[in-house]
Design a protein around this ligand. Sequence first.
Ligand code: C2O
Ligand code: CU
Length: 518
Amino acid sequence: MTTPAPVPVPAARPVKRRRLLKTALIAVPAVVVAGAGAAGIVWANSVTDTTGEVDFKNPLAVPPLAQSTVDGEGRRVFELTLQSGQRQFKDGAATGTWGFNGDYLGPTIRATRGETVLFNIHNTLGETTSVHWHGMHLPPTADGGPHQSVHAGNTWSPSWKIEQQAASLWYHPHPHGETFLHVYRGLAGMFLIDDEESAALALPKDYGLDDFPLIVQDRTFDGDNQFDESQGLIANVGYLGDEILVNGTHSPYLDVTTTRVRLRILNGSGSRAFNFGFADDRTFALIGTDGGLRDVPYGTDRIQLSPAERAEIVVEMTPGEKVVLRSYPAEGLGMDLFSSRFDGCDDSFDVLELRAAATLAESPAVPAELVEIPELDADKSAETRDFQISGFTLNGEAMDMERIDFAVRKDSVEIWELENFDSQFHNFHVHDVQFQVLKVNGKKPPEHLRGWKDTVHVKPGGKTRIIMQFKDFADPDMPYMCHCHVLYHEDQGLMGQFVVLDKGQKVGKPPKDGHVGH
Ligand code: C2O
Ligand code: CU
């Protein structure tokens, strides 16, 4: 087991671009004072704010629950077909899209802890892709990463036993270098896990009645109403959209019929951080993070999510009222003025209007205690690893499908120190496990980062320390991924591969042409 040695930061492309941008913008205050100049216009136009401008005229789509059958071996079987289609998001032309079992996004998959699931994934897209189960604890051969690509016309049938607590996970493609586009075109869906503990809690849990997934995505439509797939000109994070879709609905509203609603929010954007809160700054209860329910609810008026992070919240409503869920400018991300502006962190959006009926069914109060979360013990850590995040590289190297970057031992607890060497926005996601955040810049993590996480933001110039345990699924040849979930960064190579080894095993080799299915 080796800890990657510190490597000098290479002059990656975005670093250069950022320097140029800064140089160009140093003159901004003078130009703005003068009231003219291209730099001033670029600066002013680079902030997006849709608050107060969204007409909330479309009922929020709720993704249907995926149909399933139980086969002779007791496995819950789902069929997922990746297909292209069209969706009428707004007035004018329909938009060309991709989806699972439909034209945009996918059905919500639901399974219970202890069940074995089997998916038949049919790729009818005409190009190679994959389907990854984000946040799932499962064998690397079923993970759906870049080594499990499914060629056009093929069907892949992964199966595994669900062995983790109730959680709001999600699924999306993960083809090497193409993840952003495939997700952007519409391939994403929720994967909800249930268990006995969550079923016994008095939380809103009637899907589509008082319990709703919110897949929040930014998109830009071009003049023909098609998704603009060109790269953002000056954003270091890649593409930033200027309009919001929730569950594929543009300008959505949601009719609320109970005094409390549970929202399972997924930041399904490729590059954008959201800082969710309500227009009247009401407090809501944060009940769950990426990997499941928290130990106790946390009352807050904002929840910030970087790409791929999830939050489960419970919001109280009074009869007849309307309130808008917004995304506010980012807070506490430690961004400098320029990066913040050009990475979209100054933007604001109206996301969804909640409309309460004149009379509401009474929901029980949110329980004061939710689930038990065993704290991983830092003293038991077998290894501390450093991860230097910079430009499009992890520890100085871009992703190489044939290179396994490191190995962890099955059953071991490890501490990973994530360090952002840039002034720009990055986060970090680990496959296979849920982790706990130990420290953010040497301090106790903020309350909203307590509990199980699989993705976490890493501040510019900052360090985030996480702890995790690799309990199962040793496989010397088939790696798991760890990477920045800013999909543009991931696609450009900000990703590494690791294997889990059993006693006596040595690091092997990933299969050459890692495609699966037939
Ligand atoms: Cu959401 Cu490596 O993925
Ligand atoms: Cu990044």
